[in-house]
Design a binder for this molecule. Structure first.
Ligand SMILES: Nc1nc2c(c(=O)[nH]1)N[C@H]1C(S)=C(S)[C@@H](COP(=O)(O)O)O[C@H]1N2
Ligand SMILES: [Mo]
Length: 340
């Protein structure tokens, strides 16, 4: 997502970031079905059946766990995101809990496994993209089986015709091209849970699993860019800085802005979020004086956790929620370029 799209409450589908481990499968929505296996009453649900169930439409923000990876000093070998792997869409679907209730969750189920249609080879292992989630998290009211995005059928690159949405969690949880849910009685040890998406500083340690999104804010690039360097040029005088803030762990309480290279901070104006699972807009009025400045934003959540100036590095390059810093060049009156 180009960061100027932080100006929109709802990210247009064509600007929402896309992350795909393998290939986009092209599925026929008239024949695609979701099967539930290992339940008391195994079910197979078509898209029509899912759409006829209770429907919820909810703005929700998620970001890739690797967002900011390329800003770590040692760049891990993976998708080299700078800061663009985040977006907010209006997702429509049916609550997962209702479907699980109909299928009957067997006693002793600790986790559910969500399997996508896409297959690839990763870490030397041929696999389907699949992730397990604890039954407790999966049963939360806001967890949806999603079939529409921004009021239209879910596009192929975002998992159409059906994906999982677990608001508050990093993106890898939201399994696309969802084909199967399996009730598990033993802890899952598959690749995307046990090997990938772990916070490790030593390749031999097991590491903590990556789960909910850390508190974070980003700024829409102020002023106008130079091409091709993409440095920011801002006219001197009054300007409004703006951006978004979100957290998957506790509500956002505060956003602060610094216009002097993170020496001093002042409160930004924080707007209410369009849903408990979507980002807040923030604004900050700045009187810009000519020269080079570094502007920055940082958010704090209701647990009292504030974004760090630098995030702890880890081998996967996950969960980099460091303060967003932007260098701007403030100029007196923009130069006029004559057309002749
Ligand atoms: N089946 C499947 N689901 C998937 C993935 C994938 O590669 N295959 N990528 C995951 C990751 S890492 C992210 S960040 C999100 C991205 O969702 P988006 O492309 O709709 O933004 O989808 C997740 N779901
Ligand atoms: Mo991701």
């Amino acid at each position: 997502m180009p960061l100027e799209a932080l100006r929109a409450d709802i990210t247009p589908a064509g600007l929402h970031y896309v992350l795909i481990h393998y290939d986009v499968p092209f599925l026929d929505e008239s024949t695609h079905a979701l099967s539930l296996e290992g339940f008391d009453r195994p079910l197979s649900l078509t898209l029509d059946e899912l759409r006829s169930r209770p429907s919820v439409t909810m703005p929700a923000t998620f970001e890739c766990a690797g967002n900011g990876r390329a800003l770590f000093d040692a760049r891990p070998f993976s998708q080299p995101w700078l800061l663009e792997a985040v977006g907010t869409a209006e997702w429509s679907g049916t609550p997962l809990a209702g479907v699980l209730h109909d299928a009957g969750v067997p006693g002793g189920t600790g986790e559910l496994l969500f399997t996508g249609v896409d297959r690839g080879v990763e870490g030397g292992e041929e696999q389907s993209y699949e992730r397990a989630l604890s039954l407790e998290e999966a049963m939360r009211d806001e967890v949806l089986l999603v079939y529409a995005m921004n009021g239209r059928a879910l596009p192929p690159q975002h998992g159409g015709p059906l994906r999982l949405l677990v608001p508050g969690w990093y993106g890898m949880t939201n399994v696309k091209w969802l084909a199967r849910i399996t009730a598990l009685s033993a802890p899952y040890e598959g690749y995307q849970n046990a090997v990938a998406y772990r916070l490790r500083t030593d390749p031999d340690e097991r590491g903590e699993p990556v789960s909910r999104m850390r508190v974070r804010s980003l700024m829409a690039p102020p002023g106008i860019p130079t091409f091709p360097e993409r440095e920011r040029v801002v006219p001197s005088g009054q300007t409004t800085l703006e951006g978004r803030a979100w957290s998957g762990t506790a509500p956002i309480e505060r956003v602060e802005v610094s216009v002097d290279g993170c020496e001093r901070w002042a409160d930004a104006a924080l707007e209410p979020a369009p849903s408990p699972y979507a980002w807040h807009r923030w604004t900050f009025d700045w009187t810009a004086t000519p020269g080079i400045h570094e502007v920055a934003c940082r958010a704090t959540d209701a647990d009292g956790v504030t974004q760090p100036l630098e995030a702890e590095p880890n081998l996967g390059g996950y969960a980099n929620n460091a303060v967003h810093r932007v260098r701007v060049s403030v100029t007196d009156r923009p130069r006029r370029i004559s057309a002749s």
